[in-house]
Design a protein around this ligand. Structure first.
Ligand code: ATP
Length: 290
């Protein structure tokens, strides 16, 4: 859908984005992770066209730009307006006619659960309602690409779960979504692919499924030190190793686990526990950001 090639952006001496290349594929939910100041907001703002890169190029795949909606991390609303009037104003700014405005505003209110609060003044709305209003605003004009900067920031667990549910619905409806967040659990649930930024550069990128499976392994905990068996196991498969009273089988050695446990039992070991481990996003993040 969109391609970034060698894009850089500095604010005075700070390199917010440093020679970053990335493609955004249609229909994906791309998660952008990274510590504070890593460049996530700058990246989203550049794709939204709100910040110009100093170098490099951001271009659409097929000559025409997708329609884009951007939800900033801290969104300011005109507090004196009522929720519905605000969305109508956004519809007008998006060049929708009267009939389209009525239809899309009604749909956006219903979809974000704000129909009953439509006549409420924004200044009387809770933080959760404002976040939902920000999401409702995103939908007006049916944009193809949605850029969400920390959409669940400051929300309670119910509000966060709500955002996850709505992002999944948007993807199912065919939208392409870029989302930045510090909520690793949320990112694991919604993203199909992720990148981790640090100091303006991509330090890691993978599909979510591959990321979580890449370091899958089995740990077999026994009652005695396993060092005596190390050479034997290494000969069985290079992806088997020993550590203290534990034997570790990497993913490629999984098919040998029954055989391996038989060997342990034959050699007088008791098997106390077998653990099947997959990496969590927290493990991957910690490793990359360290
Ligand atoms: P956070 O997780 O805290 O929101 P981020 O990953 O979104 O951070 P950015 O907001 O993109 O990071 O900032 C990247 C770097 O650029 C930081 O060092 C930040 O201080 C700096 N920066 C961002 N905007 C400006 C600006 N308008 N003027 C000067 N420096 C800026």
């Amino acid at each position: 859908m969109i391609e970034l090639k060698n894009v850089s952006k500095s604010y005075y001496k700070v390199k917010a984005i440093d020679r970053l290349s990335l493609t955004v594929q249609e229909g994906e939910v791309l998660g952008i992770l990274g510590p504070n100041g890593a460049g996530k907001t700058t990246l989203l703002k550049m794709i939204a066209g709100l910040v110009q890169p100093d170098n490099g190029r951001i271009s659409p795949f097929f000559a025409t730009w997708p329609t884009i909606a951007y939800k900033p991390e801290r969104q300011l609303f005109p507090n004196h307006l009522r929720i519905k009037s605000y969305l109508e104003m956004i519809a007008k700014l998006s060049n929708l006619n009267r009939a389209q405005t009525e239809k899309e505003v009604t749909q956006a209110l219903a979809w974000t659960g704000l129909s009953d609060a439509a006549s409420k003044k924004i200044k009387h709305s809770s933080k959760g309602m404002r976040q939902r209003l920000g999401l409702a605003q995103l939908l007006i004009g049916r944009p193809q690409l949605l850029l969400l900067d920390e959409p669940s920031n400051g929300l309670d667990p119910t509000g966060q779960a709500d955002i996850v549910r709505r992002v999944k619905q948007l993807q199912a409806a065919g939208r392409t979504i870029l989302i930045s967040s510090h909520q690793l659990h949320e990112m694991t649930e919604v993203c199909t692919r992720l990148i981790i930024l640090k100091n303006g550069r991509i330090r890691y990128q993978n599909s979510m499924q591959a990321a979580l499976n890449v370091t899958a392994h089995v740990l077999i905990h026994t009652d005695k030190k396993t060092a005596n068996m190390a050479a034997f196991f290494a000969q069985m498969h290079p992806d088997i190793s020993t550590d203290g009273k534990t034997v570790r089988l990497g993913e490629r050695a999984f098919p040998l686990r029954r055989q391996m446990m038989m060997q342990l039992l034959r050699n007088g070991y008791d098997i106390l526990r077998v653990e099947h481990k997959t990496a969590t996003l927290a493990d991957i993040y910690a490793e990359v950001v360290r």
